[in-house]
Design a binder for this molecule. Structure first.
Ligand code: HEC
Length: 188
């Protein structure tokens, strides 16, 4: 049976599912993996924005994001893999699996109902196998340059993006919208 543990729920509750030590360890590992992936992508984005504006940043993300994600994954300890997923994905590599889509759907329902979302959510998917989710929000105005509505996006940057991802779904967002999640797969 799948077990979902919301971080908002106190330790006493998680203890009924995972041992407190395992839960803590998994969270720490996942947080470190997410931090590294997030920081690396963000750093590249910033550098390219600064060097050549939205168009260069868009071109860089379109061409290099997958390779960077791969590189960061190779730097993790064995059994740890991280990625970003979204129900409205741009890069087909970020398409959620069926079980991940279910979790994302639950998060969207909570978001639509204006409930506060868990910062981190640990799911035990098998014996010694966990998936840890961290929601990603459209937390900066700059996200809208490439993920906003038609009248908000940068047309030149988006032209490049659309050429690379003709089936792009990742547009029409507003500030503070739920965009997707980091998923860290951990096999112990
Ligand atoms: C310069 C354009 C640009 C900006 C600005 C931008 N993105 Fe993206 N984003 C992309 C491109 C291109 C992809 C697809 C390539 C990839 O990253 O895998 C993407 C992919 C993503 C993904 C992975 C899921 C998917 O749809 O493939 C997430 C999550 C995401 N962006 C969130 C954000 C957030 C949050 C911000 C603001 C902090 C942001 N983006 C700003 C261009 C941009």
């Amino acid at each position: 049976m799948k077990k979902i543990i919301l971080s908002a729920v106190v330790v006493a509750m998680s203890a009924t599912f995972l041992s407190a030590t395992t839960d803590k360890e998994i969270r720490q590992e996942a947080k470190a993996a997410i931090m590294k992936m997030g920081k690396t992508l963000q750093m590249h984005m910033k550098q390219n924005m600064k060097a050549g504006g939205s168009v260069q940043a868009a071109s860089f993300c379109s061409d290099k994001a997958s390779a960077i994600a791969k590189e960061v994954n190779e730097s993790y300890a064995k059994g740890v893999q991280a990625k970003r997923v979204s129900l409205k994905y741009r890069n087909p590599a970020n398409k959620p699996t069926a079980d991940e889509a279910k979790v994302l759907q639950e998060l969207h329902t909570m978001f639509d109902e204006k409930k506060s979302l868990p910062k981190i959510l640990v799911e035990e998917v098998g014996k010694n196998h966990y998936k840890v989710y961290k929601p990603i929000f459209i937390n900066k105005g700059v996200c809208l340059v490439c993920h906003g509505a038609d009248d908000v996006r940068d047309p030149a940057a988006y032209k490049l993006i659309k050429a690379k991802y003709p089936n792009d779904k990742a547009v029409g967002y507003k500030i503070d919208d739920l965009r997707g999640a980091f998923v860290v797969d951990i096999v112990k």
